[in-house]
Design a protein around this ligand. Structure first.
Ligand code: URP
Ligand code: ZN
Ligand code: ZN
Length: 476
């Protein structure tokens, strides 16, 4: 059979290994993967051929934790689904799982329709985690319908953000019980809301209002407390959980202990926590506000610990928690009070190249590990595998081609996001994404998004636990 697209001369990199190979694509799917040169007979004059010599041919990367439409802290995040998904493609990411974040009075169904209609503009494929703030009979009923009708198989709860998004223990128990029944994973922001609230009050009363006080208001112990709380409820209910943006040694150790005690629990770390540290929040001239997110950036020791934990197999996924708020006009709402700085550090475009620069190019991890943590593991945990997360016959032809020898600097000049700063400005970059392909179509090439806007679609997901994750999922 002939093929529509042939990627030749590159090294195909999957989570289970890498080898020189060519990839033949027919329509939206990968049709064959074969030794170099072995698929040349499948080309016709109509076949598009990409010469990937000296490049890494990876499964399209998956970002399992992004905020695009985000009404939050009296603000709305700057990206829409057009700009955020273009930024994702520029960074080699082809699938996004976005947090639906309704307010405490919103109905889940209304929120789902709102987010879905906005996401129709996405250039990437997508799914959602259903944020649960309200949990009454009506919400329960609507959640059941959304899961059944749209194959969305994960929820999101916040233990943090007192009075805005945080969930009561009664609701947490109920959400987990429902999740287990429906085959959904419960993802969670694990910081204790009340402890943060009290710490914030105390610091502000002492006149400590600058961005540098954000981290002391929510120290590692408060995050570890959240993890322990969440994991205890998982053990009691038997639900499957996933901790988002785990930032520090204390929280990882609490998660590992919980897993050893039988909690079915996955751990996510996000690119900002692996690449930036707390000292940035102390920059003069309110610059530190650019680096405010929750959980906060930690001391450099914690950053080093996260890399050790990654190498030791304690971390499952690397996401972004992309939450883009402008420095001017949004972050500066907290000039006199750090608790009013909208939380978030955008990194949807930079994630994979940050990992390549700081992890692969330094020898801390290898390319298959990068692929596993940035694509395959998320596909497995969130029921997208093997449609996504692997280069294999029958899988969607979602592919990122990475030139590992290119060097440069991260800069807002290259950014597709609308936000007015780049948190990684001027930092060295090793590697470049040369092509991003979504379901057989080249959507990003040499610095430009190509073709008509949009084209992404909602991808149905299998229930939690339907796909074995990997031998590393349990810690011994
Ligand atoms: O600072 C953060 N993480 N902002 C986005 C909302 C959240 O907590 O994920
Ligand atoms: Zn969060
Ligand atoms: Zn988040």
């Amino acid at each position: 059979m002939t093929c529509d697209l042939l990627i030749t001369g590159g090294t195909v990199c999957n989570a289970h290994g890498m080898a020189p190979a060519d990839v033949a694509i027919v329509g939206e799917r990968i049709d064959a993967v074969g030794p170099p040169g072995s698929l040349a007979h499948r080309t016709t004059p109509a076949t598009t051929i990409i010469n990937a010599t000296n490049r890494l041919v990876c499964p399209g990367f998956i970002d399992p934790h992004v905020h695009i439409h985000l009404p939050f802290m009296g603000n709305a995040a700057k990206d829409d689904h057009d700009s955020a998904s273009r930024a994702a493609l520029a960074g080699g990411t082809t699938t996004l799982i976005e947090m639906i974040c309704p307010g405490p009075r919103d109905e889940p169904m209304t929120a789902f329709h709102d987010w879905s209609s906005r996401a129709a503009r996405s250039w990437c494929d997508y799914s959602f985690h259903l944020g649960i703030v309200r949990f009454d009979d009506l919400a329960r009923d609507q959640l059941r319908h959304i899961v059944a009708d749209h194959a969305i198989t994960s929820f999101k709860v916040f233990l943090a953000y007192k009075g805005a998004l945080d969930i009561s223990d009664e609701a947490l128990f109920g959400v987990m019980t429902l999740a287990k029944k429906l085959g959904c994973t419960v993802t969670a922001h694990c910081e204790n809301a009340e402890a943060i609230h009290q710490m914030q009050r105390r610091l502000l009363a002492e006149g400590k209002t600058e961005p540098r006080w954000h981290e002391p208001s929510r120290p590692p112990a408060i995050e570890a407390l959240g993890v322990h709380h969440f994991a205890t409820f998982l053990r009691l209910t038997g639900a499957t959980g996933y901790i988002v943006h785990t930032s520090c040694r204390d929280a990882i150790e609490a998660a590992v202990a919980a897993r050893q005690q039988g909690a079915r629990l996955y751990v996510e770390v996000v690119a900002p926590h692996l690449s930036l540290d707390r000292s940035l929040t102390e920059l003069d001239g309110f610059e530190g506000a650019k680096y405010i997110m929750s959980p906060p950036l930690r001391e450099a020791d914690h950053v080093r610990f996260l890399w050790d934990a990654l190498r030791a197999g304690f971390i499952d996924t690397i996401a972004t928690d992309h939450a883009p708020f402008d420095f001017v006009g949004q972050k500066d709402m907290g000039r006199d009070d750090f608790t009013k700085i909208p939380n978030g550090i955008p990194s949807i475009q930079e994630r994979v190249l940050l990992l390549h620069t700081l992890g692969v190019a330094t020898g801390l991890i290898n390319v298959p590990q990068m692929v596993d943590h940035c694509s395959t593991r998320a596909a497995r945990i969130f029921g997208l595998y093997p449609r996504k997360g692997v280069i294999a016959p029958g899988s969607d032809a979602d592919i990122a081609i990475l030139d590992p020898r290119s060097t440069g600097q991260f800069s807002r000049r290259e950014a597709q996001s609308r936000v007015d700063y780049c948190a990684f400005e001027g930092r060295p970059r090793v590697g470049a994404i040369t092509h991003t392909i979504l379901r057989g179509r080249i959507r990003y090439q040499d610095g430009q998004c190509v073709g008509p806007p949009g084209g992404g679609t909602l991808i149905p997901r299998s229930p939690a636990g339907a796909v074995p994750v990997s031998p590393m999922e349990t810690l011994s």
